[in-house]
Design a protein around this ligand. Structure first.
Ligand code: NDP
Length: 322
């Protein structure tokens, strides 16, 4: 089978299309024939070496497809099932072996690509808005990179929870998408400093929560946008990692809360996975949540997908099709 591997960390040119044996499912595992694999920023972190793994590094953290075979003891799925999963590395491939407890059955009304596109970013938006900082109606939330893959879903889910949503984006085209997703206030942070703008729009009160995936470029000013005892959710670093941080700053800026969450810890068991995936796929099926697929690339063009994602050229999801 074909798979994208990284033998030494670096730029997109380090993605190699390799021929490898089809893996066999062991106890508790399923072999999935992949129909669509999602591209996520975490794949870039593994490629560059920001997140560590032993080479050859198999990339890709989510996919949807068909169960081809199951190992001993599997009760969650059987051959022929349409399934999707996330948080298991190696989905940039024709086949992947996945712990069966991580598989979610795809409802009949949903197409495979939409579900592949929704799993990682959608469940991230779910835990951020429902668990890390469970938004209540009327609360003010800032979503950075609001026209990105996570961003568009996060804006929509924050609106489903009744929040007032502030969004930052870099271009007019992205601003239009953020507004379409439901953002109440859209700030072009490429042209305007978002900190004074947020203060102006909240009459100096500040925000209840900032969902910050941009990292070093926005971190300090995001803290300044919070109300006393507000929460800074630093969940990514698309512009670069946030440097070491003195907790006393949280005191000086108003007894703030800071968390650096990860989807893995918020989908820790099957019950939690089925709750989040059930909500997510249910909203998509009901037309309450739109999943925007920016582009689908052939698996062999994974490097171009990485270039586009890193180059801020995308709005929504990138898929790789084996
Ligand atoms: P996006 O589609 O959001 O792409 C990244 C976006 O970040 C760009 O489109 C761009 O939007 C913005 N950005 C700002 N500065 C830069 C920069 N210097 N270089 C590149 N992009 C920049 O990607 P994803 O939806 O895949 O991921 C978004 C973030 O969420 C990532 O940081 C990722 O690590 C994080 N994440 C965290 C998870 C968790 O559980 N902790 C799970 C999933 C994702 P604009 O042009 O509008 O500025």
């Amino acid at each position: 089978m074909k798979a994208i591997l990284v033998n030494s960390c670096g730029g997109p040119e380090k993605l190699e299309l390799a021929e490898v044996p089809v893996p066999a499912p062991g106890p508790g595992q399923a072999l999935v024939r992949i129909e669509a694999s999602g591209v996520n920023f975490i794949d870039i972190y593994f490629r560059t070496g920001l997140y560590k793994a032993d080479p050859p590094i198999a990339l890709g953290m989510e996919a949807a497809g068909i169960v081809e075979a199951v190992g001993p003891g599997v009760t969650e799925a059987e051959p022929g099932d349409r399934v999707a999963y996330t948080m298991c590395r190696g989905s940039y491939a024709d086949y992947a072996v996945v712990p069966a407890w991580q598989l979610v059955k795809i409802p009949g009304s949903l197409d495979t690509r939409t579900v592949a596109a929704a799993m990682l970013q959608g469940m991230t938006a779910h835990y951020l808005t429902h668990s890390t900082f469970p938004l209540a109606p009327g609360q003010a939330a800032l979503v950075h990179a609001a026209a990105g893959g996570v961003g568009l879903l996060l804006v929509q889910m924050a609106k489903l929870r009744g929040a007032r949503v502030f969004a930052t984006v870099s271009t007019e085209a992205k601003a239009a998408l953020a507004r379409q997703a439901g953002a109440d206030e859209v700030i072009l942070y490429s042209r305007q400093d978002f900190e004074p703008e947020v203060k102006r729009l909240t009459d100096g009160r500040g925000l209840d929560v900032v969902y910050d995936s941009v990292g070093v470029a926005t971190f300090d000013r995001s803290l300044n946008c919070l109300r006393p005892r507000g929460m800074m959710v630093s969940y990514g670093q698309s512009s670069g990692a946030v440097p070491p941080f003195d907790p006393l700053i949280l005191n000086h800026k108003g007894s703030l809360f800071l968390t650096r969450p990860s989807l893995g810890h918020y989908c820790a068991n099957r019950e939690e996975l089925l709750w989040r995936a059930g909500d997510l796929l249910g909203w998509i099926a009901a037309g309450q949540l739109q999943v925007r697929i920016h582009q689908a690339f052939p698996l062999a063009d994974a490097a171009q997908a990485h270039r586009d994602l890193e180059g801020r050229l995308t709005s929504g999801k990138l898929l790789l099709i084996p």
